[in-house]
Write a protein that binds this ligand. Structure first.
Ligand code: F6P
Ligand code: MN
Length: 332
């Protein structure tokens, strides 16, 4: 292999090539800005221990300065990066109660963006993997100022979605429909290179991921269904158990190796924990484009009409065979 990386495809080149068929280039601009936010967050996460930003409490560091939580910093990075990206009219974050509108200017932009800036931030203290999830919609009526209605959409309407995984390497995985492609950050040159072209989710193998400590909170059907995965009595075949506890990391493993990730609803909390717009829909879009499936247990995630910004949903996502068997068992 050449010591130079010129034989590899740069992410921004790839965005341009993918969007070149009559596109205005605005979507590739947004994707480029997302990868900038990704590099900035990756750098922050990498150096968090050195700067005293570990921990969830937001205390005081050894220099006596107030320490911001990493998810707050990651959120600010996104807001600032898109403050300078006029094609995005407004942004919504899992970290914020309300939409952040950049300007009253109706010409401001055709797109809105949603993000979960630091998914799995509970892993901060153990140097575990974390991620960022993003989702992009084209505004329905660009003659009017952006509004909440631009965000409360069906998953099918996403024009792009993806995630960054901050693990031993930083990965950027996204789709604008058609294919799912993954890039790896080369820190020495600060650029993402195509390393996972056309990802397809395998069928009939892989792992199941679920927080089984919640078993006592599930209804009987959910309990019996998860037990079938544990005991290897599913029709889709035997699966290993894996659980990182960071959705992006658990989903990425499922996408590459197959199987299913689940966060079921509970008797007391029927919609479970995960957020429809910031977590379930973008990952459902990726799963679908990679040949997989995502479900609430009753209906495809992509068909759910969002009613509020921070709505939660049960999530079953992964290989189509595994998710369809779960739907059958929960129905039956
Ligand atoms: O964002 C929610 C989240 O942190 C996900 O990343 C993760 O999969 C999940 O919560 C873990 O939840 P629990 O600790 O309940 O298993
Ligand atoms: Mn999250």
């Amino acid at each position: 292999m050449s010591e130079h990386l010129t034989h590899l495809t740069l992410a921004d080149q790839f965005f341009r090539d993918q969007g070149s068929a009559g596109g205005s280039g605005e979507l590739s601009t947004i994707l480029n800005r997302v990868t900038l936010a990704a590099r900035m967050i990756a750098n922050t996460v990498l150096r968090a221990g050195l700067h005293g930003n570990l921990g969830k409490t937001g205390g005081v560091n050894v220099q006596g300065e107030e320490v911001k939580e990493l998810d707050v910093i990651s959120n600010e990075i996104f807001e600032e990066v898109f403050d300078r990206t006029p094609v995005v009219a407004a942004i919504a974050s899992e970290e914020k109660d309300d939409v952040h509108y950049y300007s009253e200017d109706v010409q401001r932009g055709k797109y809105v963006l949603l993000h979960d800036p630091l998914d799995g931030s509970g892993n901060v203290d153990i140097n575990g993997s974390m991620g960022t999830i993003f989702s992009i919609y084209r505004r329905k009526d660009v003659e009017r100022p952006a509004s909440l209605a631009d965000f409360l959409r069906q998953g099918h309407e996403q024009v792009a979605a993806g995630y960054m995984l901050y693990g031993p390497a930083t990965l950027f995985v996204y789709s604008v429909g058609g294919t799912v492609n993954g890039f790896t950050l080369d820190r020495s040159v600060g650029a993402f290179f195509l390393t996972h072209p056309n990802i397809r989710i395998p069928e009939g193998k892989g792992s199941y991921a679920v927080n089984e400590a919640n078993e006592g909170k599930w209804d009987d059907k959910t309990r019996a269904m998860v037990r079938a995965f544990r005991e290897g009595t599913t029709d889709c075949g035997k699966r290993s158990a894996r659980y990182v506890g960071a959705l992006v990391a658990d989903f990425h493993r499922t996408l590459v190796q197959g199987g299913v990730y689940m966060y079921p609803g509970e008797v007391q909390k029927p919609n479970g924990k995960l957020r429809l717009l910031y977590e379930a829909k973008p990952l459902a879009f990726i799963a679908r484009q990679a040949g997989g499936h995502a479900s609430t247990g009753r209906m495809p995630i992509l068909d759910v009409q969002a009613e509020e910004l921070h709505q939660r949903t049960p999530l079953y996502i992964g290989s189509t065979g595994d998710v369809e068997e779960i739907e059958r068992r929960l129905r039956g």
